[in-house]
Design a protein around this ligand. Sequence first.
Ligand code: SF4
Ligand code: SF4
Length: 461
Amino acid sequence: MFINQTYIEGLLAAAKAAPSANIDSILDRAERMEGLKHQDIAALLMCEDEGQLARIFDIAGKIKAHIYGNRIVMFAPLYVSDHCVNSCTYCSYNCRHQFNRKKLTMDEVREEVRLLEKMGHKRIALEAGEHDGLCPMDYILECMRTIYDMKFENGAIRRINVNIAATTVENYRALKEAEIGTYILFQETYHRPAYEKVHPTGPKGNYEYHLTAFDRAMEGGIDDVGAGVLFGLADPYFEVLGLMLHNEHLEERFGVGFHTISVPRLCKAEGMSLTDFPNLVDDRTFEKIVAIIRLAVPFTGMILSTREDDAMRQKLLKIGISQLSAGSSTEVGGYALREAHGDTGSSQFEVSDHRSALDIIRALLDEGYIPSFCTACYRSGRTGDRFMSLAKSGQIKNVCLPNALMTLCEYAADYGDDAFKASAHAAVQRMLPEIASDKVRAKTEACIAQIQADGRRDFYL
Ligand code: SF4
Ligand code: SF4
């Protein structure tokens, strides 16, 4: 098995016993954006020298700026069912928790999608609890067909990432055929004893089946997989090494590692108390972890959700995060409930950023970022190793920026008020000269003119 508890603990102990030994040479390599192996990561995680830590943050900021520029890809979750047979102790949807559970009908899915589209979203993460009886794969596939079939005046949901329980190769193949974007599955914790403790009953308690889900997903043809751990369940440094070893395993076996890494921190949820979790991660450690992951896997997108407040989001955007959720509801049918009654409160976990999608997107623009609604790679077949080779050669930037500018113009035209349109226009004019190729810049300008003058939509490179 590619995760070995004794091996990881040994690496951390050795790095702790000899801190600072090779840090400068590791950071020189990180600065060249070559990525780092898990042995290097262990050394960086144990680094406490203020000067070296400052250099870690500095390099993370440089990598972020060089590879991702000021673009931030936007998405929102769509919870379709909270039926669940598992009893994850950190989740309010666990089967021991009594509440009125829901699974959306297709009409309700359409209503949620209508409201997500009204917020401007084009990319969603479809989420469901694990319940083969009440929420089988056929239901997930029906949801995907329903969503992809919906067309609005302002476009459509153009890509569905799916976050559902570990399953079979056959089911992953069916998700691939249904045009899944990224298959997302958080390991929650790589530390087996902690994993078994927080998953006391249900199929999710099978550590190895969960850990090998991405292998089966890739065998089923899904080549974009998104990983994550729930920071706070075990030693956070152990978790980072677990992530890195998992990524290396997929690279060795399939030629491509994680497409994205999510970095959720444990939050308060209905029916649990944070005092039961002794490994909560403080802000400084969390920032250090995000920066080190940025150094380790420069070309892997990093995702932050509305679990974090605006102040933390601002810090992490500078050192690693490339995708954000906005206007999120973590409740089944939550967008319709919010529209009718305001926030209702029976969500999977408590969110910290309660601003509307438009307010978050407006704030990003004001801070100098380019909110992007791009979904181009998935639709152009740039997935898996094809995507990674373009990313590693630096060529992906040639399409990311034009796509970001075109989708921002669409968003401003369809959802922005006059002030937002003016800010977006200024940002686009500021960024257009950054497109290196004259030909691509001219094409982007022509598409933007058509978006603004003719109401045309959905241009992408
Ligand atoms: Fe169910 Fe997922 Fe919550 Fe666990 S984390 S109880 S599997 S919904
Ligand atoms: Fe992401 Fe590809 Fe769009 Fe760039 S062009 S933002 S990598 S989907």
